[in-house]
Design a protein around this ligand. Sequence first.
Ligand code: SF4
Ligand code: SF4
Length: 391
Amino acid sequence: MSWVTTHPPARVDLDACVTCGLCLAVCPTYRLTGDETASPRGRLTAIDAVDQGIAQVDERFGEIVDFCLQCRACETACPSLVPFGQIIESATAEVRTQLPSTGARLRRFAVTTALTMPSLLRTASVAIGVAQRLGVPSLGLRRIPLPHPTVVGGTWGPSEATTATLFAGCVADAWFSDIHKATIELLLAAGYRVNAPSRQTCCGALAAHDGFIDEAERMAEGNRSAFRDADVIVVDVAGCGAHLKADPEFGHKVRDVTEVVAAAIEDGRLPTLPVNGERVAVQDPCHLEHGQGIVEEPRAVLRAAGYEVVDSDAGGLCCGAAGTYLIDHRRTSAALGASRADSIRATGAKVVASANAGCEIQLRRHLDAGHEIRHPIELYSKNLSSTQRGE
Ligand code: SF4
Ligand code: SF4
């Protein structure tokens, strides 16, 4: 065996693969290249070879592992329930440990240190916000509000109501405050008290996906302390939610905001709004569809918001954002982003709903300014406000 970390891929998980190949058709990197080593089955074969001591963690192994988007479409397709996400995270950790590089060190600083330091994140956000106002291209980011907002430490609503604990996130809190605002408004309208504990930190998903599992575990420890007394933890970024749902201590309390709002619409705590004649194209984030098994809830929320809902992703391929993949595999990421943008344009919809911040950035980079790209919760909240004002 050639592993050196304390959390290598588990033999029982590797043995679960029966090499049937049913995962190949849904794998974006295999579909782009036709190369078996860029498929789930090929990656598992390479990892299995290292586990058996037949191969080493070398440059080629690093390429095979790092080319994976970690979209987990193969998990959904796999009849043997191979936990591919866990396996590839463990293999990535081995690559980071055994094949250190300058790029990985920089990413490690970004995803394990910068994202957990509110003062550094605040300074960077203000700098980006100022640059945006001076005309520097936004590269898919929303216009960052100045002064820097935060919901962390806030409490809203009557003390006697059931408390929904809001996971604020790192860049989500700094750069996507409108999504938090809509989430808080709808939770209050659905009868909850909302609390965003001050001790919470970054979820650790980006760190874990990039192989920094020990650092991700340290972040999880901070969140376990912050969320110890929570009844339900509401998350409005799908990538964070998928990671938090896997936590052994509080994961069972985590809900995506579309689950909570769809349930409130279903039982009448939130209204079904009049049909507005607009078409919305739904983009299914991998970490919502494959990571959490959530497909129907965003559509239910959008239908209740009055939209005609259309699917945008025939084939269900990842949009190519995939955390830091957007930066270190730019050509593959761009090809997938362009493909997803084409599928959205083909629907004719000018409104696009995406429940994951990273996907939203990718879509904005590949669609023109004529498209409004928002979280499903923002679209429902906006239409609810318009209806209440009688517009
Ligand atoms: S579908 Fe599952 S069992 Fe079949 S090759 Fe892919 S990972 Fe292995
Ligand atoms: S996680 Fe996505 S990119 Fe990686 S092997 Fe599975 S389907 Fe392919």
